[in-house]
Design a protein around this ligand. Sequence first.
Ligand code: GRF
Length: 317
Amino acid sequence: MPDRAKVAVLISGTGTNMAALLYASRAEDCPYELVLVASNNPEAPGLRLAEAEGVATFALPHRGMSRAGHDAAIDAALREHGAEYVALAGYMRILTPEFVARWEGRMLNIHPSLLPKYKGLHTHGQALERGDTHAGCSVHLVTAELDDGPVLGQTPVAVLPGDTPDSLAARVLIAEHQLYPRVLAAHVRRERDPLWLVAQVRERALAQPETDETTSHGMPCFGVIGGKKFAYVATNHHGDGRTALLVKISGADEQAQLIENDPRSYYRPAYFGDAWIGIRLDLGDTDWDAIERWLNRSWRSVAPKKLTRLLEAAEEF
Ligand code: GRF
């Protein structure tokens, strides 16, 4: 399958979740592939397995290194292998806010509890002590707070009479192995789904003042109310299979420059002329802050002076 999302997995131990992600990726319709398994523990058994399965590995002991230095080295390895997403699977390291920020929205973790219950360690013992009927596991996006990001998926696992933390952990692990590949696949698919991509643009386009949405030639289109258009989203325009944002630019020179510098992301939109640029949204590595800046710039170029002046005054204030 062309264009699978590239995923790196970080492990510290056994790596059974990594193995589950790896073998799920062997399915023909799996939307991701593993490009790297990295660890802070060179002895992690998961590294041997990854190697044997032909996945690149990287090990760097953290002892003697600063946290920032270790994270930076891991980050460099991730980029070198072209990772677009990071899956933490039993990676027993607290990450620096810089590392987390670099992978915002693209780093997932699996945690053995039904979050927000029982963050941190010893989750199963706590579930038993509390007399919970169900333990379980969660996959969540990683944010700066430990085990705290938005939950993407969960599986409850029934507690059985006589369960110990170990017996419960073993059953939760089975659920983890089912949950993680499914949620990761859905997450990477979402970023290539035209409806989701249009919704991301919509949210940012309609945040510009006095703006509304219409449809033009079947494309969602954003403009100043009663005024000019500043953005279109092309979804499979003329059957090209692409999802892209079209925004205004300064003209032919800028258009040529953008395309020359990054022909993967930028293209000249057919029938729009020199004053517009097409920006691919479906490559899996869209920088949404940059898209927001493009939209704002495009909006400014068509908005009536009285609106932009108001905005500038407010910004100075
Ligand atoms: C799993 O229980 C996972 O939920 C937690 O660490 C454990 C890793 O196990 N974050 P494994 O290395 O994937 O076997």
